[in-house]
Structures are given as structure tokens and as C-alpha cells.
Design a binder for this molecule. Structure first.
Ligand code: GAR
Length: 190
């Protein structure tokens, strides 16, 4: 039986994308990378692994609805059933949410509901708290408010800099996200 197809959406360096595609027993095929930044590092990783890309520029579309309709049509063309956001720095709109109900998942670098939104690692570091974490959650209309699937905490040490903290958080992300993806796919029927 052929594997289910999934797409990863990313805007940045792509370390999570890389961790997902390099997981040896990944239960789905990553059939497409969707990227909204022409020069994002993640595009090179996709090329290296021969994963097709759809790269778009939001400002070339009249609205979020217009670019999301185009994305939905790209995803339908190749029968993608799951979407995994991995550093996709846009709020997902109703067009995508309605096209893929319960099938859009995100990773966020904090222990939600703490520190939602942008710069979550910096927010936690600046707040002076002694733990933060990583959350994998379903996407809904809010900003990092959807139902939580899995979480792991990460300690913040007094000797940490923002960079050392980021490195430890990302190590947790790279382990957690591919494992959660496999669990979700094994539980689902499509
Ligand atoms: C990751 O740390 C991810 O959790 C975060 O962006 C980074 C992307 O890094 N996502 C968010 O902040 C979403 N609100 P990567 O491009 O190296 O995977």
C-alpha cells in the first residue's frame, strides 16, 4: 500500500523539515514543501532531497484567501491529506482550515499556552522563567490556541544564552515532531 501524502509548510531555515524528512520510518511521504519566502534555507534542503516545492510570494496575490486557494489546489492535485507546519510564519486562514479540517498540525517553541506568537524562545528567555518547552498542536483560527497533541518541557539554566536555549529547544523539536507525526498517522485512517 502506498504511503499517505503530507505537505510541510515552512518559512525559514528548515531544521524541522529536515528532521521530518530524514526520519527513517516516517509513516507518510512528504510530497511537497510549501514556502512563502523566496530565499529561505528550507528550499535548499528540499532540493537536496528532491522534494517538490511550491514557493509563493503573498504580495503577488490579492488576498490571503487567494493564495490559500492556490495552495489548496496544489495540494489537491497530488492528493495530500495532512499538513505539517514547521516554522511557517503566517496565520493559517479559513480557506486552508476548511479544506483540511483536523489535518493541520503545528510545532511551537514554548510550553503553550505560555508564550504564544512570534519569538517564543526570546519571550521565555526575557521573562526570566526557569522552564519553557515545545508544543505540537492542531491549528485553529487563533494564534497557537488549537488543541494540544504533545508537549515537552525544556529547562532554562542561569548560564543559558538565548542561543544555547534555542539549540536545546530545537533538539527537542527534532525528536518530538517526527515521532508525533508518526503517532498521528498510525491513529488516523486517511
Ligand atoms: C522552530 O523552532 C518552530 O518551532 C518555530 O520556528 C522555528 C523554525 O525553525 N515556529 C514558530 O515559532 C511558530 N509560531 P526551522 O526553520 O529551523 O525548523
Amino acid at each position: 500500500m502506498s504511503k499517505l501524502k503530507a505537505a510541510v509548510f515552512a518559512s525559514g531555515a528548515g531544521s524541522n523539515f529536515q528532521a521530518i524528512i530524514e526520519k527513517r520510518d516516517l509513516a507518510c511521504e512528504i510530497a511537497l514543501l510549501i514556502c512563502d519566502k523566496q530565499n529561505a534555507g528550507v528550499i535548499e534542503i528540499a532540493k537536496k532531497h528532491q522534494i517538490p516545492t511550491f514557493i509563493f510570494s503573498a504580495k503577488e496575490f490579492a488576498s490571503k484567501q487567494a493564495f490559500e486557494e492556490k495552495i489548496v489546489s496544489e495540494l489537491r492535485k497530488i492528493e495530500v491529506s495532512w499538513i505539517f507546519l514547521a516554522g511557517y510564519m503566517r496565520i493559517v486562514g479559513s480557506t486552508l482550515l476548511q479544506a483540511f479540517p483536523g489535518k493541520i498540525v503545528n510545532i511551537h517553541p514554548s510550553f503553550l499556552p505560555n508564550f504564544p506568537g512570534k519569538d517564543a524562545i526570546e519571550q521565555a528567555y526575557q521573562a526570566g522563567v526557569n522552564t519553557t518547552g515545545v508544543t505540537v498542536h492542531y491549528i485553529d483560527e487563533g494564534i497557537d490556541t488549537g488543541p494540544i497533541i504533545a508537549q515537552e518541557s525544556v529547562a532554562i539554566y542561569s548560564e543559558d544564552t538565548e542561543e544555547t536555549l534555542k539549540k536545546r529547544i530545537q533538539e527537542v523539536e527534532h525528536e518530538l515532531y517526527p515521532n508525533v507525526i508518526n503517532q498521528l498517522l498510525q491513529q488516523s485512517e486517511g
